[in-house]
Design a protein around this ligand. Structure first.
Ligand code: C2E
Ligand code: CA
Ligand code: CA
Ligand code: CA
Length: 277
């Protein structure tokens, strides 16, 4: 038993080493990845189930590493945040998403919002307004077609500073969505002070929306959003049952595998063409 305990320990350490080596490698490679054009953006559709029409897309970044293959943002975004590379990466994603959305408009597709995720780190970099303004200018995309997704954890930071920056962003004409709502740090206390337009109910609640207890929470969030005059989006909708429950509860806009996975620009373009009335 002693040996196997020791063995377990050794295996555990090797696993830790492997992870650390991979992380350090990614950290190093990421510095070149941007200039080498290894990042790309997928787009996931949102669907307005009441009006039966597309309700915008969310830009989700991927990294095509030359040796490892495609790496998930769940792995490399935290590293980008630690190293500060999140700032140039976000600048690139913003430009890419705005340019792409403008291209779709030029090709005659109905105009819709593209949403870009912002990490807290880019709020600390202080020239966020400039960065967003540049992306809009570069792409000549009208600001109402850009949405910025932030998360609740932002509220752990200097709220007044965050509010000021969000107001500056909305002053440009873009909209702001609170992502992963209800997932962690409770944002309830300051939700009414936040200059936002949209609440996105966290996937966690949708995944367990067969449970009465989770249904109660979803209903409460829907009611609250309505009272606060916020648009509402449910994410992680995977099944018809989930869609039906949300619909009957008064949540109209949905995002999830039930409607469409994150897709390449060509794939989503044909998805949009197919879903036109
Ligand atoms: P998120 O913003 O909450 O994005 C939703 C995630 O859920 C995406 O994972 C999406 O592919 C996945 N998803 C969508 N529908 C379903 C569904 O029906 N079922 C399940 N199981 N999953 C679904 P993804 O693309 O791997 O992104 C993970 C996270 O990485 C994002 O979570 C976001 O926080 C972050 N991220 C992605 N792109 C960017 C970016 O450009 N900048 C920043 N700062 N973060 C990003
Ligand atoms: Ca998001
Ligand atoms: Ca989310
Ligand atoms: Ca998330």
């Amino acid at each position: 038993a002693k040996t196997s305990g020791k063995n377990r320990h050794r295996v555990f350490n090797e696993e830790m080493d492997r992870r650390l080596v991979r992380k350090l490698g990614l950290e190093k490679d990421m510095r070149r990845a941007l200039v080498r054009g290894e990042f790309f953006v997928l787009y996931q559709p949102k669907w307005d189930a009441r009006h039966q029409q597309p309700a915008g897309v969310e830009a989700l970044v991927r990294w095509k590493h030359p040796d490892i293959g495609t790496i998930s943002p769940a792995e490399f975004i935290p590293i980008a945040e630690e190293t500060g590379l999140i700032v140039p990466l976000t600048r690139w994603v913003l430009q890419e998403a705005c340019l792409q959305n403008r291209r779709w408009q030029e090709e005659g597709l109905p105009s819709q919002k593209v949403a870009v995720n912002l990490s807290i780190r880019v709020f600390e970099s202080q020239n966020l307004g400039e960065m967003v303004g540049e992306a809009l200018q570069l792409s000549s995309l009208a600001p109402e077609y850009l949405e910025l997704e932030i998360t609740e954890s932002l509220l752990l930071y200097d709220i007044e500073d965050i509010v000021r920056q969000l107001e500056e962003l909305r002053g440009l004409g873009v909209t702001v969505a609170m992502d992963d709502f209800g997932s962690g740090y409770s944002a309830l206390g300051s939700l009414d002070k936040m200059p936002i337009d949209t609440l996105k109910i966290d996937q966690l609640f949708i995944r367990e929306s067969n449970l009465e207890s989770k249904q109660a929470i979803i209903l409460a969030i829907i009611m609250m959003a309505r009272q606060l005059n916020l648009r509402l989006v449910a994410e992680g909708v995977e099944t018809e049952a989930q869609m039906a429950f949300l619909r009957s509860s008064g949540c109209d806009v949905m995002q999830g595998y039930y409607y469409g996975k994150p897709m390449t620009e060509q794939e989503i373009q044909s998805w949009m063409e197919r879903s036109l009335p």
